[in-house]
Design a protein around this ligand. Structure first.
Ligand code: GLP
Length: 243
C-alpha cells in the first residue's frame, strides 16, 4: 500500500488525475472502474482539463462504475448515472456505449447484479479502480457487515450513509434505501486501486481502515491485502494516522 500525502483537496485531485492519466496513456484501451461522491469530483475536473488541452484521449477506454441507487431513474440528478455524465462522460471524448453504470431501474436485483458482475468479467477485469471512502469505511456501497460481500449485490444502506448522503436530496426520506454495488471481491480483482480521500472528517476512518485490523466491520480495510493500492490523501485526512 502506497500513501501519497498531499496538501489539500486541490493537490489530491491533481495527483490522482495524473495517476489515471498515466494509466490511459500507457494503455489507451484500458478498463477504468469509476466512483462517485464529492471526493473524485476534482479528479474528474483535472482529467477534463487534460482532455481539453489535448493531452488525454478517452476514445479507447471502457468504464464501469462501482454502484448505483436502486430505484432512481437515469435522469434523476441524484443518480450516479447522471453524476458521471455531468462530471466526466459528457465533457470528454469517451464513447457513451462504453460507459457502464449498474441499472438502478432494474427491479430484479438478482438479475441485475449477475448481469453486471458477468459483464465486468467479460471485459477481462478492471485495470484501475478509483474509490472514495465512506465515513464508516464503506467502499462503493459495501457497508460494514459480518462478512465481506464478494460479488455485485443489492445492499440496504446504513443509517449513517443515508445521513451522510441526505445533503444531496430534499430530505433524508428521499434518499433511496437500497443500492446496487460491486462487491468487495469485484473491487479486489481490479489490477490497481486508487483511493482518494480528503478532509478531517475522514481522518479517523483513514487511520482505522489502513492502520487497523482487516475486518468486514471496516470494509475498506481489505485493501491492505491488495498488491497494488495507492491512497492519495490530503493532510487533514492523514492527521490521525500513527506516526
Ligand atoms: C457514497 C458512495 C461512495 C463514496 C462515499 C463517500 O456513499 N457510494 O462510493 O465513496 O459516498 O462520498 P464522499 O466522497 O462524498 O465523502
Amino acid at each position: 500500500m502506497r500513501i501519497i500525502a498531499t496538501k489539500d483537496y486541490t493537490d489530491m485531485s491533481r495527483k490522482a488525475a495524473n495517476i489515471i492519466a498515466a494509466q490511459i496513456i500507457t494503455k489507451p484501451e484500458c478498463v477504468l472502474g469509476l466512483a462517485t461522491g464529492s471526493s473524485p469530483i476534482g479528479t474528474y475536473d483535472n482529467l477534463v482539463s487534460m482532455y481539453e488541452n489535448g493531452d488525454l484521449d478517452f476514445s479507447g477506454i471502457t468504464t464501469v462504475n462501482l454502484d448505483e441507487y436502486k430505484g432512481l431513474t437515469r435522469d434523476n440528478d441524484q443518480s450516479y448515472y447522471y453524476f458521471m455524465h455531468e462530471h466526466l462522460f459528457d465533457r470528454v471524448n469517451i464513447d457513451p456505449e462504453r460507459t457502464n453504470v449498474p441499472n438502478g431501474m432494474e427491479e430484479d436485483a438478482e438479475k441485475e447484479c449477475k448481469r453486471y458482475e458477468e459483464f465486468i468479467k467479460s471485459l477481462g477485469g478492471v485495470d484501475l479502480q478509483l474509490l472514495g471512502l465512506g465515513h464508516n469505511g464503506h467502499i462503493g456501497f459495501n457497508e460494514p457487515a459480518p462478512a465481506f460481500d464478494k460479488e455485485t449485490h443489492c445492499v440496504d444502506l446504513t443509517e449513517s450513509t443515508i445521513e451522510a448522503n441526505k445533503r444531496f436530496f430534499a430530505s433524508a426520506d428521499d434518499v433511496p434505501r437500497q443500492a446496487y454495488t460491486m462487491g468487495i471481491g469485484t473491487i479486489m480483482r481490479a489490477k490497481k486501486i486508487l483511493l482518494v480521500v480528503s478532509g478531517e472528517d475522514k481522518a479517523e476512518i483513514v487511520a482505522k481502515a489502513f492502520f487497523g485490523d482487516v475486518t468486514p466491520d471496516v470494509p475498506a480495510s481489505i485493501l491492505q491485502m491488495h498488491p497494488d493500492v495507492t491512497i492519495v490523501a490530503d493532510a487533514a485526512a492523514l492527521s490521525k494516522i500513527p506516526r
